[in-house]
Design a protein around this ligand. Structure first.
Ligand code: PLP
Length: 457
């Protein structure tokens, strides 16, 4: 271990977890400022207080009969809690349960942890409500919640892609997609980032090879009879996490539909930002019917944590039955579910914040234009993406630039090899709706960064 860590240190690539800094945040994925803004935390505290009061009251009911229960409610301030519930809206069913004396229902809501896998008693109504809400919000038939986006993505891919199937993936997909592919017995092939022609060329030749292999096996003595035709799964992100660019999703979806390939879209960095109310890029482009599955993660614009796989009811049922990351893992905390529910309320109402974020992006891209010296095109000016890469090749150079910005008060994290390919090291600059114009940052960048791609103007 020591030797391997030393290797990292020598390459200026040693990772560490550091305490939070007082610097201006150009680094986190909290694009709408919900994680740190206070309002989400306050709403969650209110909801959890309400639920805990129900729990206290209910414990009284179960222990000492209805009268003791009422007494406990009075003691615990049940009225305040009912008021909070009424305001929060989503807990109307708790009132209904209270009215109809559905004790088991109340008790089920008043837990802290799931207590087990969802298949072994760890399921609860709030969680199913969240899944139904997410499905409706993102125009999907069904949703299945996981405690992290990483688990959702790796679980989804490793479960749906079986032996004999084909996985085609954009060269820049996230580590969680690679994890899913690693766990799947399907053959996998990369295609050049965002290149639809390469996707179809790589995919068609993979399908042809699989057909030839299948034909050869069928003539052999051990050929399994009735082997199903390989299914093809295509993995892309709607907004890429390191480059912040958008996939040509409409073209990719059309190419997949024409060939009967299944498209899986990771919307981790588009959820909450793209779409009329943050539904994601698939909804913005009206491609819901052409997408096999989507991943929404809640640790970025939603300011919470967790991941939702969106797809058909059939897919949901299949995952419940076969996805190991779902089956063999404890269900989420009630606090996590409540936080995501409240995040949906704030995200849905964040149209002005989304507009401001787009204006910030235009200001940053315009400001960078004079010092953009990369062979590739500069970042899109008008985009729902909050990520702008500032390329600075070399681990040492990008660390130096990041340190320089930090000394001027800006937290812009360096992304080094091996997280990105050697030569593509960059500062990953993330914009936030609760921030003013990036003039100060641009001033520091433009005022003395001599190494390419930034030059003195
Ligand atoms: C593109 C992408 N997909 C999936 C994930 C995993 O999501 P989570 O952080 O919820 O595990 C991330 C997080 O970094 C990501 O950037």
């Amino acid at each position: 271990m020591r030797a391997r860590l030393e290797e990292r240190r020598q390459a200026n690539a040693l990772r560490d977890v550091l305490p939070p800094t007082p610097l201006i945040d150009f680094s986190s994925n909290d694009y709408l400022g919900l994680a740190r803004g206070g309002e989400l935390a306050a709403r969650v505290a209110e909801r959890l207080y309400g639920l805990s009061m129900v729990g206290a009251a209910q414990a009284g009911v179960l222990r000492g009969g209805a009268e003791a229960g009422l007494h406990a409610q009075a003691r615990a301030g049940a009225e305040a809690h009912l008021h909070a519930q009424a305001r929060a809206g989503a807990e109307a069913h708790l009132h209904a349960q209270a009215r109809t004396g559905d004790e088991a229902g109340l008790h089920a809501q008043a837990r802290a942890g799931a207590g087990a896998s969802r298949l072994l008693g760890g399921n609860f109504p709030l969680l199913e409500e969240l899944e139904a809400h997410a499905a409706a919000f993102h125009h999907s038939e069904a949703g299945l919640f996981f405690t992290s986006g990483y688990a959702a993505q790796s679980g989804l891919i490793s479960t749906v892609a079986a032996r004999g199937d084909i996985l085609l993936y954009d060269a820049l997909v996230h580590a969680s997609a690679h994890e899913g592919m690693r766990l799947s017995p399907a053959a996998r092939y990369p295609f050049a980032h965002n290149q639809v022609a390469d996707l179809t060329a790589v995919g068609e030749s993979a399908v042809q090879r699989a057909a030839q292999k299948g034909a050869a096996e069928l003539t052999g003595a051990s050929a399994p009879s009735g082997t199903p035709a390989p299914q093809v799964f295509v993995l892309v992100e709607s907004i890429y996490s390191m480059d912040g660019d958008l996939a040509p999703l409409a073209e990719i979806a059309a190419a997949c539909s024409q060939r009967g390939w299944h498209l899986l879209v990771d919307e981790a960095h588009a959820g909450g930002l793209a779409g009329p109310h943050g539904e994601g890029l698939v909804v913005e482009l009206g491609l819901e019917a052409q997408v096999f599955a989507r991943l929404i993660t809640y640790g970025k614009a939603f300011g919470a944590a967790g991941g939702m796989v969106l797809g058909s009811a059939l897919l949901r049922q299949y995952l419940i039955n076969y996805c190991r990351a779902f089956i063999y893992s404890t269900g989420p905390l009630v606090a996590q579910v409540v936080t995501v529910q409240e995040a949906y309320r704030l995200v849905t109402a964040a149209d002005a914040a989304r507009r401001h974020l787009r204006a910030l992006r235009r200001a940053l891209v315009d400001g960078l234009a004079p010092c953009w010296h990369l062979p590739g095109a500069p970042p899109e000016r008008d985009s729902p993406s909050a990520i702008v890469p500032l390329y600075c090749p070399g681990n040492e150079a990008v660390l130096r630039l990041s340190a320089r910005l930090a000394s001027a008060g800006y937290d812009v994290k360096p992304v080094r090899a091996p997280s990105v390919p050697v030569g593509q090291e960059r500062l990953r600059c993330c914009l936030h709706a609760d921030q003013p114009e990036p003039d100060g940052l641009l001033g520091v960048l433009g005022g003395g960064v001599k190494a390419p791609p930034f030059k003195l103007q």
